[in-house]
Ligand binder design. Structure first.
Ligand SMILES: [Zn+2]
Length: 503
């Protein structure tokens, strides 16, 4: 059994009253945020003269921030950071990450005072700083004997104008931390059994329903696509986990599906050393789905949510599947195996078919699926695909306004020519791999009934060197913030997903 950490270790508080010297004295670190441009020179904080001086110095720094000591009796560490209010959401989150990163070693209690911003700019700056601080305060798994943890434990935001939605920040950061934490677990620790048990434990903590589809049960469901991959494992612990949030009078049904390949060797068509090195993170899609259902349960959304985690390894072994095997998936489609490293679409095929049986109003799947998507977009954006092209604008907007940026790819049916098989209903992939991110999406579309709106997220931004947006680590947990924005802001799911259904 793996010991699960506290996934939201940062305590967040807000105060409406103006900043007082006593607030500053109680902190280990004070952060004062001011607009980069602005005519107003009056600063409302205590020790205004010092802050005013530092503002001028900060303006001359490339980082637009300066760290020194406050002129109080405790000489509290003080950072004055200037924000450009015209930043895009992505740029604002990046600013927040760098601002927090530059100061977190300093202490446990951080006080933030934001000055001279209008209500909207204030809210945006505060939210960006709090979500970045929540990511920075969380420790990813470490197996060093000397366990160094981030110091930051508590943040108080002073002179809040409009109340900040701390519950949403808590839910989102919990979900992102869950996604990153599981993705960073070593593959000998996060076995299929350990992952399933951890998911069960999280389900219990959040009063969610838990169900496990073992290999034996998947056999009964004829889930030959999933089982083709899992048959190469050394043990029989692979399977599909369902975790459900079930409100008393659900307004609709959402299914989240995630690829949980715990280690991807490529199988018989084995990967190179460098290609295989980080393949313990090939389960990040399932960890994003797991984080999301915890967040949506915390937010107590009025619709039912089922998270489906397709958990297995992809191994080289005597029993592993091979090129030219032909397998039958649970919806009856026969698949000609071409390349054993295209295992993600295999496990998702059956997970999508099984998730679709409950007729959800919307399916969203997450997978670190193709190298082609990284080639197309780099690791700054993730790819999105949907059987409702009219939703492209909403998908792009959710990416833009959340700061987890996505870009849609075409899904026209003539791409299917590449998947024509002479011996089965469909080929798993092509031999040459060109446009593989699109063909993978076309392949998956065979397992989602056309009547169900579906969004597929190819997580090309799951790993980004140096961190991405508000996330300070290479492992990004990308998908959590995008999806929460999509569900809350773009699809207005309070109406039971009616907008997403065909007329
Ligand atoms: Zn693979």
């Amino acid at each position: 059994m793996i010991d699960l950490p506290n996934f939201a270790p940062l305590r967040i508080a807000q105060k409406k009253v103006p900043a007082r010297l006593a607030d500053f004295n109680a902190a280990n670190h004070v952060l004062i945020v001011l607009p980069r441009s602005g005519r107003s020179t009056r600063v409302g904080t205590p020790l205004a003269a010092q802050v005013q001086r530092l503002r001028k110095q900060a303006a001359r720094q490339p980082s637009h921030s300066i760290t020194t000591r406050l002129d109080n009796t405790k000489s509290t560490t003080l950072t004055v950071a200037l924000i450009d209010i015209k930043l895009s959401p992505f740029e604002r989150l990046t600013w927040a990450r760098k601002t927090i990163q530059a100061m977190t070693p300093e202490g446990r209690k951080l006080v933030i005072s934001i000055e001279q911003l209008g209500a909207d700019d204030y809210r945006r700056a505060a939210e960006a700083l709090l979500i970045a601080a929540s990511a920075a305060a969380f420790a990813l798994p470490t197996f060093k004997t000397d366990k160094k943890r981030p110091n930051l434990r508590a943040v108080t935001v002073l002179q809040v104008q409009e109340e900040i939605d701390i519950a949403s920040i808590h839910a989102e950061s919990t979900a992102n931390n869950i996604a990153r934490w599981f993705a960073m677990m070593p593959p000998n620790e996060l076995t299929a059994l350990a992952y399933r048990n951890s998911a069960k434990q999280l389900a219990k903590q959040h009063a969610l329903e838990f169900e496990f589809f073992s290999e034996a049960r998947l056999k009964k469901l004829n889930a030959g696509a999933f089982l083709a991959v899992s048959q190469g494992n050394a043990d029989r612990n692979a399977g599909i986990v369902r975790i459900s949030h079930i409100p008393s009078k659900p307004t609709g049904k959402l299914a989240l599906v995630g690829k949980g390949v715990l280690f991807d060797t490529g199988g018989n068509n084995i990967k190179s050393f460098k290609g295989m090195l980080d393949m313990h993170m090939d389960m990040q899609g399932s960890a994003v789905a797991l984080g999301l259902i915890v967040a949506l349960a915390e937010l107590d959304v009025p619709y039912r949510v089922d998270a489906w985690l397709a958990i297995t390894e992809n191994r080289v072994s005597a029993t592993a599947y091979k090129s030219q095997d032909i397998v039958t998936s649970s919806n009856g489609t026969t698949i000609q195996i071409i390349h054993t490293d295209a295992e993600g679409r295999m496990v998702l095929a059956d997970a999508l078919s099984i998730a679709a049986k409950a007729q959800p109003n919307l399916i969203i799947d997450f997978a670190t699926l193709t190298g082609a998507c990284i080639t197309a977009l780099t690791t700054t954006h993730s790819g999105v695909f949907t059987n409702r092209p009219s939703a492209h604008a909403q998908l792009i907007e959710a990416g833009h306004s959340s700061g987890e940026r996505v870009w849609p790819f075409p899904m026209d049916s003539d791409f299917d020519a590449g998947l024509d098989s002479p011996v089965a209903d469909i080929k798993q992939c092509t031999e040459d791999g060109s446009g593989d991110h699109i063909l993978a999406a076309r392949f998956l579309s065979r397992f989602v009934p056309k009547t169900i709106p579906w969004v597929h997220v190819d997580l090309s931004a799951a790993q980004h060197k140096g961190g991405l947006a508000h996330i300070p680590t290479e492992c990004t947990g990308f998908g959590v913030r995008f999806t929460l924005n999509l569900l809350e802001q773009q699809f207005e799911l309070s109406n039971g997903f009616k907008d997403m259904n065909p007329p």
